[in-house]
Design a protein around this ligand. Structure first.
Ligand code: GDP
Length: 428
């Protein structure tokens, strides 16, 4: 990753501490995601049984509590040559025991990392094999909402080096497509493969009707591919490209959700875990953030949108854990701030944004929900996002596919009998 440009000249008494363990980031490049599965006949499209109601989410045990008191992270990251990583797929199965809260690197002198090292705490073993460490995120929202900046801030990387920002005219003409970015990240010996699917063009046209279709198609294609692979011979070696989480960016400027947000989230909510975020929260006062969150939560309820539901906290958990769990739940939609620059203020360096009246710190919990979001996505709920994807969204798709296929076979048989009967009648 590139070094972030410092805003002010460093005083240099605040270098990275010596104890900081090396963190490697492996940029694996970007590519346009295939929008069709070439050479394969299309499976009957799964239309979910319950498109408007809530999908059935089985009870999940409580997970690791959010850790809100982290110090700002070091921004300087070293790029090392691309190394491909094994990405085995183990079929998802909901764990039946809590993940535990033990974070081996959560000591005060060892905090300058994203938190991937905690992932093994979330990894469950099945048949003695570990689940893969990796997650696929979908980033949806209109241009300019700070999606790329937030993704870079979340994973301390620079995924969008080669991005060409379209001008106003190009944006109007652009149709929505999907672009896949993959990086392999190694942190404290733990390798994680992260994939971010961008949806440039979404929400930018004058008429945005059905502009979520390409996104919906992309999610379905990944389910379809997985369904084919699962039904094939080489089941033990399936590449899992199903989308685990959709970060849905809501504009800080409107009054709650726009019709496009409602329509898009409703189109996707039974296919992917939607995590709504209010973008550019630094453009709102604290009271406005609070009001906006309340309004969005109300609208989510009113329009029957099924966003990602955090697992329930077990009643026998300790009070501190329950409190942290409640803070996380109450923070939805997360009000976030992103920044690609390193700021120095009062002798401290941090990722932030400088204004004439002051400085906002991305990783300061008093300024935004950024840390809550990152901890949730990486440290505490990544495995749960994958479990819900496999056991709720994919299972819905699969059940519907099987139902459609059965219906097609019955229909074909019926047609054959009718044809036979007609031939018989003609012969007599
Ligand atoms: P994208 O088109 O949604 O990917 O948006 P970008 O990440 O390219 O950001 C667009 C502009 O918004 C850039 O100038 C960013 O510096 C700025 N930006 C990004 N995040 C924030 C934020 O949290 N607050 C503010 N005020 N500006 C932001």
């Amino acid at each position: 990753m590139r070094d972030l440009p410092p805003i002010s000249q460093p005083g240099d008494q605040h270098q990275k501490p010596d104890h900081q363990a090396p963190v490697h980031r492996e940029a694996e490049g970007t590519g346009t995601a295939a929008n069709s599965l070439s050479g394969t006949p299309t499976l009957p499209r799964a239309v979910l049984c319950n498109p408007t109601g809530s999908p059935t989410v089985p009870h999940r045990p409580s997970r690791v509590g959010p850790n809100t008191d982290l110090k700002p992270l070091a921004l300087k990251r070293q790029l090392i040559p691309q190394v491909s990583m094994d990405y085995p797929l183990i079929p998802a199965s909901r764990p039946h025991s809590p993940w535990g809260r033990f974070d081996p690197y959560d000591s005060p002198e060892d905090r300058e990392y994203v938190g991937f090292a905690t992932l093994p705490n979330q990894v469950h073993r099945k048949n003695g094999e570990e689940r893969c460490l990796g997650c696929i995120f979908l980033s949806v929202g209109e241009s300019g909402l700070g999606k790329s900046t937030l993704i870079n801030s979340l994973f301390l990387t620079d995924l969008y080096k080669d991005r060409k920002v379209p001008n106003a005219q190009e944006r109007i003409d652009q149709t929505v497509n999907t672009i896949k970015h993959t990086i392999s990240i190694e942190e404290k010996g733990i390798k994680v493969r992260l994939t971010v699917i961008d949806t440039p063009g979404f929400g930018d046209a004058v008429n945005n009707t059905e502009s979520w279709n390409p996104i919906e198609d992309y999610i379905d294609q990944q389910f379809e591919q997985y369904f084919r692979d699962e039904s094939g011979l080489n089941r033990s070696n399936i590449q899992d490209n199903r989308v685990h989480c959709c970060l849905y960016f809501i504009s800080p400027l409107g009054h709650g959700l726009r019709p496009l947000d409602v329509a898009c989230m409703k189109a996707l909510h039974n296919k992917v875990n939607i995590v709504p975020v209010v973008a550019k929260a630094d453009s709102l006062t604290q009271a406005e953030v609070h009001r906006k969150k309340m309004k969005i939560r109300e609208e989510i309820e009113q329009f029957g949108i099924n966003i990602y539901q955090f697992p329930e906290c077990d009643s026998d958990e300790d009070e501190d854990f329950k409190k942290q769990d409640q803070i996380l739940k109450d923070s939805t939609p997360f009000a976030v701030i992103g920044s690609n620059v390193q700021v120095e203020s009062k002798g401290r360096k941090f990722r932030g944004r400088v204004y004439p009246w002051g400085v906002v710190e991305v990783e300061n919990s008093a300024h935004s929900d950024f840390l809550l979001l990152r901890n949730m996505l990486v440290r505490t709920h990544m495995q749960d996002l994958k479990d819900v994807t496999g056991e709720t969204h994919y299972e819905n798709y699969r059940a519907q596919c099987i139902q459609n296929m059965t219906r097609m076979v019955v229909q074909q048989k019926k047609c054959r009998w009718v044809e036979l009967w007609r031939l018989l009648k003609a012969a007599l």
